[in-house]
Each structure stands twice: as structure tokens, then as C-alpha cells.
Ligand binder design. Structure first.
Ligand code: CU
Length: 160
């Protein structure tokens, strides 16, 4: 149990890392104004799948994602390009390996604030507001090791 909690903590830190200190802001848009939300997209996460398989959006559209985790494992839903997700998975994997070697302690789950997504603990629901900006190769994904490979991803397509 302790081990499991630590894993979650480290993964949570990996989740928080890209948006905070380093690298450019996530592509595909920006944190949106809740007053401008025109659509709510409800997503259920299980181990390991999203109820949402693909998403069509308009350039400039502001949506609220509400993500409920019905699984036993934590999940995330983040927005990024295919390449950004690949990079994010590397970060998560590296941190997990470091932790397994006796590395760093857990990080508070409440410290997470990735603007382009949410981390959702089992049994919880989390939401975020996002304004889309037309971007090629955009997708939503969970980058916890193994989850993306299991199919926790889907394309975000820009319709006219
Ligand atoms: Cu997941």
C-alpha cells in the first residue's frame, strides 16, 4: 500500500512537471474562461480505457472536461500533440524507475496543476476548462506507463 501510494505520488509529480517549470506551454490551446464554456465533455476513465474515443472541436471553442475515474488505478487526461504525449510518457517512466530504485518520496496530489489536463484518483472526478486552438496531431491521452499503449488516447479533430 505504501509502495503504491508512492508510485502514485511520483507519477503525480511527473504529471505536474511539464506545465510548471520547463518547456513551452502545452499546445492545442490554453486554459479557458469558465464563463465562456459552451460544451461539457464528460469522460469516464476505467482500467485502462476512456469512454471518449475521439473528439471533434472547433477552433476557439471553450469546453469543460469532466473526468470521472471508475477504475482502481489513477488516471490522467491531458491534451497535447502526439509528440508531446510521447515525451510526457518518457518523463513519467523515468520518474517511476527512479522511484523503484529507492528514489524520491511522494508528492502531494493536491499540488498538481497541469493546465492542459487533469489527474484523477480512483473514485474521484476532476475537471478543467480548455479553449482549443487549431493544432495538427492533437490528442487526449493518459500517459501513465502502459495506459496509452492499452488505448487510453484519442484524436482531437478540428472541424470547420
Ligand atoms: Cu490511465
Amino acid at each position: 500500500m505504501l509502495f503504491r501510494r508512492s508510485v502514485v505520488g511520483v507519477l503525480a509529480l511527473a504529471f505536474a512537471a511539464p506545465a510548471s517549470a520547463h518547456g513551452p506551454a502545452p499546445s492545442g490551446g490554453r486554459a479557458g474562461d469558465p464563463a465562456k464554456v459552451t460544451r461539457t465533455i464528460e469522460v469516464i476513465a476505467t482500467d485502462n480505457a476512456f469512454s471518449l474515443k475521439a473528439l471533434d472541436v472547433r477552433d476557439g471553442e471553450t469546453v469543460r472536461f469532466v473526468v470521472r475515474n471508475d477504475g482502481a488505478d489513477p488516471h490522467e487526461l491531458t491534451i497535447g500533440t502526439v509528440a508531446e504525449h510521447a515525451e510526457h510518457r518518457q518523463v513519467m517512466k523515468a520518474m517511476l524507475e527512479q522511484m523503484k530504485k529507492g528514489g524520491h518520496a511522494a508528492h502531494s496530489m493536491s499540488d498538481m496543476a497541469h493546465e492542459g489536463g487533469v489527474w484523477v484518483d480512483p473514485g474521484k472526478t476532476a475537471s478543467f476548462v480548455w479553449t482549443f486552438v487549431r493544432t495538427d496531431n492533437l490528442e487526449f491521452a493518459c500517459n501513465i506507463p502502459g495506459h496509452y499503449e492499452d488505448g487510453m488516447k484519442g484524436p482531437i479533430r478540428f472541424v470547420k
